[in-house]
Design a protein around this ligand. Structure first.
Ligand SMILES: CCCCCCCCCCCC(=O)SCCNC(=O)CCNC(=O)[C@H](O)C(C)(C)COP(=O)(O)OP(=O)(O)OC[C@H]1O[C@@H](n2cnc3c(N)ncnc32)[C@H](O)[C@@H]1OP(=O)(O)O
Length: 192
């Protein structure tokens, strides 16, 4: 675990420079997969996170906590909050760098309770890249972009080849992600 005060990223990194085809600041980001628990519109009890690109290597996301997301009565489950951050951090990595990547490590600090009915405003920022390793962190603020911080997270994503998804998951994964064979060389950095 990263201890409070420990430097982040934990190793020397290069700046994370958005891909030339990354959506511009202000762009709303769509659902990357309709059955994704984080953002998918076909998962009734899912998190239905909505994200858009902000200035800097930053993606902002909103997650509204419903009764389907409770741990204690009236309060969000911590594991689902971690899920929300995984999605928000992954969205920053995937959309800005356009490198297929997976979460290798995810740390969360739960600072305040998050009640049902509240909306977490999550700002995820790319902190640096070291080879295949991408460091990214986020703050989640209660009910407003400048509200009190409720959750903080840091993550390491590792760039993988597209075959990670087709080998370990669904052989049709790329089409389900909406990435056609024709698009791959142009729109994605596929040489991790
Ligand atoms: C438009 C699109 C939107 C896209 C929007 C997408 C949003 C989706 C968000 C959800 C994302 C997910 O939940 S993804 C699902 C959850 N994650 C997973 O299922 C990943 C499962 N794990 C794996 O498949 C593997 O362990 C990998 C790929 C992470 C790494 O395996 P590998 O490829 O063999 O590489 P490996 O050599 O082990 O690791 C590479 C480097 O990372 C380091 N490393 C690896 N794991 C760790 C670790 N836990 N902690 C520290 N360091 C680590 C290694 O030391 C090494 O450093 P060095 O020696 O190079 O220095």
């Amino acid at each position: 675990m990263t201890k409070p005060g420990q430097s982040w990223p934990p190793t020397d990194t290069e700046p994370a420079v958005p891909h030339e085809d990354a959506p511009a600041p202000g762009s709303k980001l769509g659902v990357h997969y309709s059955h994704c628990f984080g953002c998918g519109d076909e998962v009734e009890a899912g998190l239905h996170i909505q994200s858009s690109v902000a200035e800097g290597p930053v993606v902002v996301s909103q997650f509204t906590v419903t009764e389907a997301h409770q741990g204690a009565p009236g309060l969000a489950h911590g594991g689902l909050l971690a899920c929300a951050f995984d999605e928000a951090l992954g969205s920053a990595v995937g959309n800005l760098l356009r490198k297929p990547s997976v979460t290798a490590k995810l740390e969360t600090d739960f600072v305040r309770p998050v009640p049902v009915g509240s909306t977490l405003h999550i700002a995820a920022e790319l902190d640096g890249v070291s080879g295949r390793k991408i460091y990214v962190s986020a703050d989640g603020r209660l009910d407003a972009a400048d509200g009190p911080v409720a959750v903080r997270a840091r993550a390491l994503f590792v760039t993988v080849g597209f075959e990670h998804f087709t080998t370990h998951g669904d052989k049709d994964a790329l089409h389900k992600f909406g990435v056609s064979d024709k698009e791959r060389p142009k729109d994605w950095d596929i040489n991790p």
